[in-house]
Design a protein around this ligand. Sequence first.
Ligand SMILES: Nc1ncnc2c1ncn2[C@@H]1O[C@H](COP(=O)(O)OP(=O)(O)OP(=O)(O)O)[C@@H](O)[C@H]1O
Ligand SMILES: [Mg+2]
Length: 439
Amino acid sequence: MTHKILLIEDDDRLRRILQLILLDAKYDVQTAADGQEGIDTWQKWRPDVVLTDLMMEPLNGIEVLGFGKHSDPQTPIIILTAFGTVETAVLAMKDGAFDYLTKPVDNLELLAIIAEALESRQPPAQDSKELIGSSAIMQKVRQNITRFASTDSSVLISGESGTGKELAARAIHQSSQHPEGPFIRVNCAAIPHELLESELFGHIQGAFTGATANREGAFSRADGGTIFLDEIGDLPLQLQPKLLHAVEEKMITPVGSGKTQKINVKILSATNRDLGKMLAEKTFREDLYYRLNTVHLHMPPIRQRDGDLTLLIDHFLGMFGKKFVKSQITLAPESMKLLHSFTWPGNVREMKNVIERAVLSCEGKTINPEHLPSSIQVARQVDRRKTVVVSTDLHDREQQLIASVLENCSYNQSEAARAMGISRNTLRYRIKKYGISKR
Ligand SMILES: Nc1ncnc2c1ncn2[C@@H]1O[C@H](COP(=O)(O)OP(=O)(O)OP(=O)(O)O)[C@@H](O)[C@H]1O
Ligand SMILES: [Mg+2]
C-alpha cells in the first residue's frame, strides 16, 4: 500500500525538492502552498502523514496543527522549521505535533521521521472522560468541580504535570449551566506570541500583514459556553492587560477593530507553573491573577491520593485490555509492588502510558516486571542507594529522573524514552526544556 503524504510549504523551490525526495521514496504526495490550501487538501484527500511549514499566510503551520488535532487527531504532523523558529516548533510538539525538522532538511532524517510517524499511528484510544479516584482528596475535588461549575466565577486549575487539569476543565464544563455550548481550549504555550492575540480575540481584515480576511477568535467561538486557557503561565506579559479587560468586562475587541463585542463565557484556566512565584517576579500580573483565580481548583499529585493508585491501575488495565483485546490481563504481584513504590513524577498521564505499553508488550495474561519501563524497575534500587537527591521542587525531580535514566541508557534517547514510558518526542522536549546534557 502506498502511503499518502501531504506537504504544505510556501517556498516553491523547497516544496518541489521535498516532493521529489518523497516521490523517489515511493510515497504518494500532494502539495499545498499555504495553510488554507493544505487544510482543503487534507479534508478531501485524507493523508497518512502531514508535513507543514510554520510561517505561511494565510493560515500558518500552528493553525494547520490546530485543525489536524481537532478534526483528524490520528494523523501525525511533522513541522518544518527554519532556524529561529525552533522554539515554536518545540512548543508545537507539546500541542501534539509528532516531530519537527529543521531546514535545510536532511533527506535521510526526513525519510526516517516519516517512517516513524507512519509507524506511530494507532487506533483512537477510547478515552473516558471520567475522573477516577475515591481518595478523600479526590472526593473533595469532585465536589468542588460541581460547586464551581454552577457559578459563573472564573476557575484557575493548578497541579503538576499529568494530574488531570484538562480533564477537570472538561468536567466543569460538563456540569456547567451550558454543557451543550462550545468548549474551546487555547494552549497559550503552543501559539507563537505574535499570533496569540488574534487567536484569542480574532482580527479584522487588514489588521496586519497576512490578515486577508476577518477571523473569529477563541473568545467569540466560545460564546455561550466555556473557554479554557491552558498553560496560562505562558501568556506573554504584554497580552495580560487585554485579557484582564476581557475577563473583567466580558467584552473583547478583535485586533485592528474599534468595535467591542459582548461575550458570555465561562473562563477556566490551568497551569503547572508556580504563579505565586511569577507574581513575585512580576512576570504575571497580580490583577489578572485574582480575576482568573476567583475560585481555585488544585489537582493533587498521585502520591497524595491515598488508595487511588489501585483504582487507576485497574481502570487503565480494563481500558487497554479492551482496546488491545486482552481482557484477561492482570498484574503479577511483583509488578504491582513496583508500581506502588514508584513516585510517578508524571502522574496519571505517565501511569496511563506505562500501563498501555505493558499491556501491548505482554504476550501472555500476566504483566511481569520486565514489561515495565526500567525506570520503574530500578526506582526502588535508586531509592535505596539514595543517588537521587530528593528535592522539594518537582521540576528538579523530573529533571533528575530523566538525567539518571538517560545515563542508565548510555544516552540512547529511544531506549530512555521507552524505559520511562514516554515518547521520544516528549523526551526530546523535556531534554530541551531542562537543558539536560551528558554528564
Ligand atoms: N483522575 C483521572 N482518571 C482517569 N484518567 C485521568 C485522570 N487524571 C488524568 N487522567 C488521564 O491522564 C491524562 C493526562 O490528563 P490531563 O491532560 O488532564 O492532565 P494535565 O494536568 O492537563 O497534564 P499537563 O500538565 O501535562 O498538561 C489524560 O489522558 C487523562 O484522561
Ligand atoms: Mg494539560
